[in-house]
Design a protein around this ligand. Structure first.
Ligand code: SAM
Ligand code: CA
Length: 251
């Protein structure tokens, strides 16, 4: 009886912990600490077009899908440190990560951006145009896998890209990896988003989750294991936002 009560208590406690983690887009110790980072480092330096896109996106259904501004800031700095010029994005939604990338690339930079749904991209597009970076974006509507296959087979784009950002259907991450490893150049970087999945990758089995959430957790565990064992890449798990795994192609 006592064991049962303990288990029920643990489940309730874990549920509360998980719900709490899902409140914001960070895995930090407290909301206050995350707020501190946003207010001190991120919001004061967030470019005006990104701020506008964030405010517009806040009124769109599924707005939690957009990357948070601290992640946008991180991606932007990374792209500049790498001198990235040609990139791929899988999973655009209204375009926060896309616009962060477009603003960070040089004038002649190019992004091939893919999403199954053009409608959400259209919400962000006027802001991207106003920001003067639309010429860097080649948006392709449809599932990403056939586009990547085409880029490899007929496009001859092997080794053409400095960077790829993957933030779409988590069940395909390893299929994307198979293609992206050939599309990025040696020394190029593939960034996989949400690889800590609200911290649930380390959750005990008692934690309450709905089925969809649980499935993504399983995909994420599989992806993390495969990336950690892949000798073609050097990796770093960055606990920014919901976790980003950076993979630098070695061979
Ligand atoms: N990076 C975006 C941002 O910062 O706003 C958020 C992307 S959202 C988490 C995931 C996106 O992936 C959705 O817009 C969805 O339509 C798209 N998506 C889902 N499955 C896809 C697929 N097979 N190929 C391309 N895009 C896909
Ligand atoms: Ca994401």
């Amino acid at each position: 009886m006592e064991v049962k009560a303990d288990s029920a208590q643990l489940q309730e406690k874990s549920k509360v912990a998980l719900d709490h983690q899902m409140d914001n887009k960070s895995l930090l110790q407290s909301d206050a600490l995350y707020q501190y980072i946003l207010e001190t480092n991120v919001y004061p330096r967030e470019p005006e077009p990104l701020k506008e896109l964030r405010q517009v996106t806040a009124k769109v259904p599924w707005n939690f899908m957009a990357i948070p501004p601290d992640e946008g800031q991180f991606l932007s700095l990374l792209l500049k440190l790498m001198n990235a010029k040609n990139t791929i994005e899988i999973g655009v939604y209204t375009g926060y990560s896309l616009l962060s990338t477009a603003l960070a690339l040089p004038e002649d930079g190019k992004i091939i951006a893919m999403d199954t749904d053009r409608r959400t991209y259209e919400i962000g597009r006027p802001i991207i145009e106003k920001a003067g970076v639309a010429h860097k974006i080649d948006f392709r509507e449809g599932p990403a896998l056939p586009f990547l296959d085409e880029m490899l087979k007929n496009g001859g784009m092997q080794g053409s890209f400095d960077f790829a950002f993957v933030d779409a259907d988590k069940g395909n991450y390893l299929n994307y990896h198979k293609r992206l490893i050939d599309l990025v150049k040696i020394g190029g970087v593939i960034a996989y988003d949400n690889t800590l999945w609200k911290g649930t990758v380390a959750s005990p089995p008692e934690v309450h989750m709905n089925e969809g959430f649980r499935n993504v957790r399983l995909f994420t565990l599989e992806v993390n294991k495969a990336l950690a064992a892949d000798p073609r890449i050097e990796i770093a798990q960055i606990p920014v936002a919901d976790g980003i795994t950076l993979c630098r192609r070695l061979s």
